[in-house]
Design a binder for this molecule. Structure first.
Ligand code: NAG
Ligand code: NAG
Ligand code: NAG
Ligand code: NAG
Ligand code: NAG
Ligand code: NAG
Length: 930
């Protein structure tokens, strides 16, 4: 017994020695082969690959098993290589395909590998998992991949592969995930019986979707959007019992939607928008009990909407706008309380909406304009407490506007224009204190405008034109101090124009024409320094034309014709409709009548989406008419939300910066320079001047307009205040509030400044940026992706409060559409996927925010942590070691906040955009924890 117990460990030792010796040689061969590949890489000196080295001790054999990213089996043979996101740069030409007989998993995704995928890859005969996605591979997909009979996962997305998907891939039986960037769909694909996910979106795939698609019984996700696929949706797709997500949008699919799709009992997401689909929507869609997203817009669909569309009670996003749908809103939508967004505009829907619609507690946006809907505006809208936008313009609504609508306090946009509404505007509408846009024009509303209107102090755009409103214009109108656009024309307003109109100093367009207004034009008009268009025609105004109009230098068109006004012979001005202030005016105006006006709506910036279109139009228009005019007045676009009108602001800035002399330059960016300008009022502004525009090159102008659009619509305490913009004679610039402490980056770069930025202030900056981003992503409609969050774009005021600036690259996103763009943003802050996929989402901002949050803690750009995102964890960043040393250590309660921010930052830096939290979640977490 004793001898045996002694013998056992000995035996074990011998066995171990033997086996290790035995395997060491295999292992060494594998190591050498791998090192050969390493030697071919440009990134061989990258820290991660430093561990890939030969032992210095000649007695110990080199084994790769302890190397970074490499895993071995019990026999020390390599089974897995995972270098995802390690910055590996080079080719696969020297990859040891023939020397790694046990390699089962190869993950080289998110690197900088280029060249072709060698056909020798087929020598990795045990391979089950191959991920080469997000590199720069080019050429064809080698058909030899089909020899990898054990392959279950193949990711090739995010490369520059071309040619078609090799038919041979159809021989694979166990492929579960397929992702290519280009090619066409071979019908052999149907042989891949185990396939569970197909991601072939944003390619140049063309031709038909093969009917064999219907054989992929395990498919759960099919993303084929943004291709040029044509022909019908194969009926066989109805066999895909496991399908959860079917995305076929943005193709050229035609024919009708097959009824068989109604059999997809697990389907939650169905995107068919932007195709050429015709025929009616099959009633069988109502069988999809789990459906939560149904997007059918921009097709040529006809017939009625299916009754049972929300039978499962899960429908949240439903869009079918821009089709030719008829009939009523289906009964099934009446109690569909899950709805969040409904777009049905521009169809021919006909039905009584007071009966067909119910109460939707989660509904944020509903758009029913341009249909033939009738009935009354239901008091139920007041119970839709999440509602932000309600549009039922250009239908046949009748009856009164219910007072209850005032209960839906979140509404920002209410458009009931061009219907047959009667009665008075209810006083309670003034409870909509979030309202920015109110369109009630083109109805038969009567009575007086309620005094309470003045309570809607955020209103930017008010159109009550073409109604039968009477009595006087209420003095409270002067309280709408932020409004840009005010149209009360074509009504029966009488009495004098209230002098309080003079308080509307941001007004750009004022139309009071076609009323019965009497008395004089109030002298207070001279305060309307932002005014560009004024129409007072067709009233009973009397007295002299006030010379104050002459002082409105921003005025562009004036119409005061058809009144009883006394000519003011001396009156002149730059505006159309006023004679120019030169003694050689050619046209003799016959005193008191008709200043002919070409209504040239230069600016209606205040209107949500119309703004950019209007601006583009204005730009274009300007160009078209350049040759015809000697006067260059039309080449200029001025816009100001300051007490100064746009033109004055422009002149002041030119003066204050001595026509942009270098000494006033306080910053430089890719799109231009930033100047500091002190106005004669003493106010200091920051001026972002764009590089001169080249003729025929729209990019910069688009850039400019993007920024303007985003800025006009965004108002938030953590977003830099926008004052105006000017475009004239080659200069285009934006004017912002000047923030005394400059950018967060510049504060960090100066020691004494950076010391003043103590831990509490830094925590506060995080809060501010989170608030601003959450607002842009989740409270703006459509959401705004900033796309260039960096420490340079976070400006600090005297109290070190953060203000987000530079929407230069912001782009308004259409919710749920794919957004592709040229890379925007700043190197070092760009989300990794953006460099490969060009897909811009809110999650790109989330990533950049993560970088910024780390930067706040470290006190410098946190490059060392970002070089290796795939292994980044909060634990791998010891707080005590990384804290900005220029500050004294934080007190314990702040330490907890910093640890929280660190964790938050790391979660935002996840390589996978889907795994990053949304800014909404981040803001809730921040609210709860710091
Ligand atoms: C890596 O570093 C070694 C030694 O420092 C140097 O000789 C070699 O050229 C470097 N390789 C590359 C690709 O930079
Ligand atoms: C070689 O790799 C080991 C880890 O495997 C590492 O500790 C060592 O520093 C590396 N040697 C060189 C010269 O980089
Ligand atoms: C490779 O590593 C990354 C990050 O650690 C991980 O997400 C991924 O699943 C790994 N790949 C494989 C095939 O294990
Ligand atoms: C690939 O296989 C070819 C023969 O088919 C051979 O000539 C070549 O050396 C192999 N390359 C590698 C990297 O194994
Ligand atoms: C839409 O359908 C109508 C007939 O219903 C047809 O005349 C029209 O050409 C179609 N439009 C498109 C874009 O297919
Ligand atoms: C709506 O009502 C119908 C019948 O009244 C019912 O079958 C359906 O399940 C209801 N839907 C929801 C979402 O409650």
């Amino acid at each position: 017994m004793k001898s045996l117990t002694l013998l056992a460990p000995l035996l074990l030792c011998v066995t171990l020695l033997f086996s290790s010796l035995n395997v060491a040689s295999d292992s060494a061969a594998e190591a050498l082969a791998i090192l050969k590949w390493k030697a071919s890489l440009q990134s061989q000196n990258h820290s991660v690959l430093l561990s890939w080295n030969t032992s210095n001790d000649p007695n110990t054999k080199t084994s790769p098993c302890a190397w970074f990213g490499i895993h071995c089996n019990h026999a020390d043979s390599v089974t897995k290589i995972n270098l995802t996101g390690y910055g590996v740069k080079g080719t696969l030409h020297s990859f040891p395909f023939s020397s790694l007989p046990n390699l089962a998993e190869l993950d080289l995704s998110i690197n900088e590998l280029y060249g072709i995928i060698p056909h020798n890859i087929s020598q990795l005969s045990k391979l089950t998992y191959l991920d080469l996605s997000y590199n720069q591979f080019s050429g064809q997909i080698p058909p030899e991949i089909s020899h990898l009979v054990h392959l279950q996962t193949l990711h090739l997305a995010g490369n520059q592969l071309n040619g078609s998907i090799p038919q041979e891939l159809g021989q694979l039986k166990f492929l579960t995930d397929l992702a290519f960037l280009s090619g066409s769909i071979p019908s052999e694909l149907g042989n891949m019986e185990s396939l569970s996910e197909i991601s072939l979106y944003h390619n140049n795939l063309s031709g038909l979707i093969p009917t064999s698609f219907g054989d992929l019984r395990h498919l759960t996700v099919a993303r084929l959007y943004e291709n040029q696929l044509s022909g019908p949706i194969p009926e066989e797709m109805g066999n895909l019992n496991s399908l959860v997500d079917l995305e076929l949008c943005e193709n050229q699919l035609n024919g009708s939607i097959p009824a068989s799709l109604g059999s997809l009992s697990n389907l939650e997401i169905l995107f068919l928008r932007d195709n050429l689909l015709s025929g009616s929507i099959p009633n069988e869609i109502g069988n999809l009990m789990k459906l939560s997203v149904l997007e059918l817009d921009h097709n040529n669909l006809t017939g009625n909407l299916p009754q049972g569309i929300c039978r499962g009670g899960s429908l949240e996003y439903f869009t079918a706008n821009d089709n030719q749908l008829t009939g009523p809103i289906p009964q099934g939508l009446k109690n569909c309380t899950s709805l969040k967004r409904v777009y049905l505009e521009r169809n021919r829907l006909r039905g009584n909406i007071s009966e067909d619609l119910g109460v939707y507690p989660n509904l944020k946006f509903i758009e029913l304009s341009d249909n033939d809907l009738y009935g009354e505006v239901s008091p139920n809208w007041g119970l839709c407490r999440s509602l932000q936008s309600l549009s039922i313009a250009r239908n046949n609504l009748s009856g009164k506007i219910p007072a209850e609508i005032g209960n839906s306090r979140q509404i920002q946009r209410l458009d009931l224009s061009s219907n047959h509404l009667v009665g008075e505007i209810p006083k309670k509408i003034s409870k909509l204190t979030s309202l920015l846009y109110l369109f009630l024009n083109g109805n038969q509303l009567s009575g007086s405008v309620p005094l309470e209107l003045g309570l809607m102090s955020k209103l930017l755009h008010l159109d009550l034109s073409a109604n039968q409103l009477s009595k006087s214009i209420p003095e409270t109108i002067g309280n709408l101090s932020m409004s840009f656009y005010l149209n009360l024309s074509i009504n029966r307003f009488s009495q004098r124009i209230p002098i309080q109109v003079g308080k509307l100093t941001t007004l750009v367009q004022l139309d009071l024409s076609h009323n019965m207004l009497s008395g004089e034009i109030p002298g207070e008009f001279q305060s309307l320094q932002s005014l560009e268009t004024l129409n007072l025609s067709h009233n009973n105004l009397s007295g002299e034309i006030p010379s104050s109009l002459e002082k409105l230098r921003g005025l562009y068109t004036v119409d005061i014709s058809y009144n009883e006004l006394q000519g003011n012979k001396g009156l002149c001005g730059n505006a159309r409709g006023l004679p120019p202030c030169t003694p050689f005016s050619k046209k003799g105006h016959n005193s008191n009548k008709t200043f002919l006006v070409v209504m040239f709506s230069l600016l209606s910036v205040s209107c949500l989406l119309i703004s950019s279109i209007a601006l583009l139009f204005a730009f274009k228009r300007k160009k078209d008419t350049d040759e015809e005019r000697q006067s260059n007045a039309r080449d200029e676009i001025f816009f100001s939300v300051t007490p100064l009108n746009g033109r004055k602001l422009y002149k002041e800035i030119i003066r204050a910066t001595k026509d942009f002399e270098a000494q006033y330059c306080i910053g430089k960016g890719g799109y231009g320079n930033v100047y500091k300008a002190e106005l004669s009022s003493g106010d200091v502004v920051a001026v972002k001047k764009f590089h001169p525009l080249h003729t025929g090159e729209m990019a910069d102008q688009r850039q400019f307009l993007n920024e303007v659009r985003a800025l006009v619509e965004t108002r938030h305490r953590n977003i830099v205040k926008f004052y105006g913009f000017c475009s004239s004679a080659g200069h285009s610039f934006l004017v912002y509030k000047y923030l005394e402490r400059g950018s967060f980056a510049s504060v960090l770069s100066k020691n004494e400044e950076s010391e003043k930025l103590d831990w509490n202030k830094r925590v506060n900056i995080v809060k501010g940026v989170v608030n601003a981003l959450s607002y842009l992503h989740h409270d703006c409609s459509p959401p705004i992706v900033h796309r260039d969050i960096t420490s340079n774009n976070i400006l600090l005021d005297l109290e070190y409060e953060a203000h987000l600036s530079d929407f230069g690259t912001a782009k308004l996103l259409n919710p749920d559409s794919s957004n592709w763009s040229n890379i925007a943003g700043t190197y070092g802050y760009i989300a990794p996927e953006l460099s490969y996929t060009m897909q811009v989402t809110e999650k790109c901002d989330v990533f950049s925010f993560g970088v910024l949050a780390l930067e706040l803690i470290v006190g410098a750009y946190p490059g060392e942590f970002l070089s290796n995102l795939s292994i980044l964890t909060a634990e791998s960043i010891p707080l005590n070691n990384v804290l900005d040393q220029s500050l004294s250590p934080p007190p314990p309660e702040v330490v907890n906040k910093l640890i929280f921010i660190l964790k938050l930052a790391v979660s935002c830096l996840n390589i996978n955009p889907k795994s990053r939290p949304t800014m909404h979640t981040v803001s809730q977490l921040v609210f709860d924890h710091i």
